[in-house]
Design a protein around this ligand. Structure first.
Ligand code: ATP
Ligand code: MG
Length: 416
């Protein structure tokens, strides 16, 4: 069923209610990672039962859910069980097959829907979508070329020297900087495409970024939209390291434009659920001045984790409200916040030996909120948890965040 069909028919699924057979109102999520876990926490707090479909027996979300259906994401029997148990279903990652969402949508409201997740799964379609709403959104993406065939490569090599130095990104399945190679010359580009297996890619011009920010939007079945203020993100080695969420973290004029652009991007595809739109801020002296849209994630996002502790409704609360047809009140941020991502590296000392982080010292700092995802094995680069610091003012939040980062040996101290 399409979003439009449900817009007319969606009856709110109230927490604590029971269906005709007496079964409790249950919300489902495809995928068992940390985003699924925090979604489950939000749904359960409101009084819903939850079901997670995830093949891994020890997944962050599966471990805390009422039901864990342990099958592949596209297993017909698993999907049928999920649809049977749940009154509405969402996904926590975009690389689930659009077919699985489509199958679920035959019998249940699914938010976001297969079509919009399909767009976000493919950088080529995603960029076409951004272009299609550029007039309304007021932002474009970085100059790029599509590379799908050897002929495309020859054309790019011959005619698009303007895109070098650039970043070659696989159209599908990239995340945390994976599936990307930076290239300076034509020879490097040809070699990089071969290294990526000659799969469909986009070559993007490398832009002189002065900052990066993202906007979280939530849109209901009825078209109502609310949003959080843009947050500024700092990446280390392609992975989000720090999110700054307070007034002034993004210059006000840019922040307003980014927020309006993200809303336009969600509206244009009748999006239902939480959407994160990532932006680059580029040197105003450059040809593309100001704000450039990078990509969108059809789900809550790592850069929005601070909303759990710093806002009166979190991105996960809004995901629950949106999919269940509940009202979407405009969220309010009550405290300035900084979020520090905790990668597996934190569990290893400078000597490379495993260590337990000094949680006692970290948790003795005021306004620290520790979230660990229940992953039992720490590996370098693996997202194990995050720490949000809130406080009465930006200066004290920064001081505490710096101290916590020092205690944990986090990189990017200068970024705080
Ligand atoms: P995510 O973890 O957000 O899914 P991803 O792997 O999908 O990441 P991108 O967001 O496309 O990848 O890129 C990762 C990071 O690389 C960006 O946040 C930015 O720091 C840098 N980057 C990407 N594209 C460009 C560009 N065109 N110019 C300059 N820097 C870029
Ligand atoms: Mg990104």
């Amino acid at each position: 069923m399409s979003a439009a069909t449900h817009a007319a028919t969606m009856t709110p699924i109230f927490p604590g209610s029971r269906d005709a057979a007496g079964r409790p109102a249950t919300l489902g999520v495809l995928g068992g990672g940390q985003l699924g876990r925090m979604f489950v926490h939000a749904a359960q707090r409101l009084g819903y039962f939850t079901a997670v479909l995830e093949p891994d027996a020890q997944s962050p979300a599966g471990l805390v859910s009422h039901h864990h259906i342990q099958t592949a994401y596209d297993d017909p029997a698993g999907l049928a069980q999920l649809a049977d148990l749940c009154q509405a279903i969402t996904t926590e990652f975009e690389n689930v097959t659009a077919q699985a969402l489509h199958t679920l949508a035959q019998t249940r409201p699914v938010a976001p829907g297969a079509a919009v997740v399909g767009i976000a799964q493919n950088r080529i379609e995603e960029k076409a979508h951004f272009a299609a709403c550029a007039e309304v959104s007021g932002v474009s993406c970085a100059p790029y070329a599509v590379l799908e065939t050897p002929d495309h490569l020859q054309t790019v090599l011959a005619e698009r020297a303007d895109l070098l130095p650039g970043i070659l990104k696989t159209a599908r399945l990239g995340y945390d900087g994976k599936g990307q190679i930076r290239v300076k010359t034509a020879a490097e580009l040809a070699a990089a495409w071969a290294e990526l297996g000659n799969v469909a890619c986009v070559l993007e011009k490398m832009l002189p970024l002065t900052a990066e920010c993202s906007v979280l939007v939530a849109r209901g079945w009825d078209g109502q939209v609310v949003s959080f203020a843009p947050q500024r993100n700092v990446h280390e080695a392609g992975i989000l390291a720090v999110t700054h969420a307070y007034e002034g973290a993004v210059p006000p004029a840019l922040a307003e434009r980014a927020r309006e652009a993200a809303i336009a991007i969600a509206q244009h595809i009748n999006y239902v659920g939480v959407l994160c739109v990532e932006f680059f801020v580029v040197d105003n002296g450059s040809a593309h001045g100001g704000l450039v849209v990078n990509e969108m994630a059809p789900r809550p996002h790592n850069s929005g984790h601070y909303t759990i502790d710093a806002c009166d409704a979190s991105q996960f609360d809004l995901q629950v409200h949106a999919m269940a047809g509940l009202p979407l009140p405009q969220p309010r941020q009550h405290s300035p916040a900084i979020m520090l991502n905790l990668l597996g590296d934190v569990w290893f000392g400078p000597d490379g030996q495993p260590r337990e982080p000094d949680w006692y010292a970290v948790l003795s700092l005021p306004g620290t909120h520790l979230h660990l995802y229940g992953k039992l094995e720490a590996r370098a680069g693996r997202k194990m948890g995050h720490l949000t610091i809130t406080g009465p003012d930006v200066a004290s939040v920064k001081t505490t965040a710096r101290r916590a980062a020092e205690l944990l040996g986090l990189p990017g101290l200068d970024a705080i």
